[in-house]
Write a protein that binds this ligand. Sequence first.
Ligand SMILES: NC(=O)c1ccc[n+]([C@@H]2O[C@H](COP(=O)([O-])OP(=O)(O)OC[C@H]3O[C@@H](n4cnc5c(N)ncnc54)[C@H](OP(=O)(O)O)[C@@H]3O)[C@@H](O)[C@H]2O)c1
Length: 253
Amino acid sequence: MNDALGSVQSALVIGGSSDIGVATARALAGRGCRRIVLAGRDPDAMRARLPSIHDAGAAETDVVPFDALDTDSHESFVEDVFGRHHDFDVVLVAFGVLGDQAKAESDGAAAVHVAMVNYVGAMSVMVAAAKALRRQGHGVLVVLSSVAGERARRSNFVYGSSKAGIDAFAQGLADSMVGTGARVMVVRPGFVKSKMTEGEEPAPLATTPEAVAEAIVGGLGSGATTVWVPSKMRWVMSALRHLPRPVFRRLPI
Ligand SMILES: NC(=O)c1ccc[n+]([C@@H]2O[C@H](COP(=O)([O-])OP(=O)(O)OC[C@H]3O[C@@H](n4cnc5c(N)ncnc54)[C@H](OP(=O)(O)O)[C@@H]3O)[C@@H](O)[C@H]2O)c1
């Protein structure tokens, strides 16, 4: 449970080898978070990230298996990890795949894979995590959405549509949790220089996993429901969202 000053004491990062997830774990550890659990597919990759989280200040860490595609296991995964670690102030849903847009436009299985990880997998584990947070009566479920979900663009609409879906789900879930003591925070970064975007030309207003982590910590402290990173992305996307379709189609995006 948050300490007397409201600081996060425990966090579960689902997608525990994600650059943004690990940067957030480090940022939370640096603000007094004592217990951090990383959940993901690759235990060795997650264990390799633990020393930096300890160095940032976490006293207790753990690594647990989780696969977004194995939706049948999500309820027991959440029950086990909450049972073993008792309580979490923050559950961060940080896994995701960018996919190959060109391939996904002609290969249904490739498009479905993106939707299964980013939308179906995230929705599935969020249902289970929300249940656990409601039961404990406190905690924040943080989900990494994306500006790509705000208006699907020609260049990455498969990924964008999966993020639009999980963003809408998270907003509804947030409304459903009012009055339970627990809440949901939606994070919408722009282009982040991470493993996911390695080799790609950074987009305007490109940011870093550390900047996203700081924005998440800030949002947790202020009680935000939505966090844009960088914050001016909110206004950029608001303008893009309302552009008439014929104008939008002429943009090189
Ligand atoms: N980078 C950006 O520009 C950007 C912008 C906006 C939003 N986001 C979102 O932020 C989140 C974190 O992204 P990132 O930038 O930190 O990228 P990242 O470092 O590539 O992290 C993505 C994570 O997703 C995990 N993952 C993929 N498929 C999975 C599966 N089936 N089950 C469990 N885990 C799986 C990967 O695990 P493995 O190590 O096992 O592959 C990896 O840890 C994602 O949701 C992403 O969509 C990213």
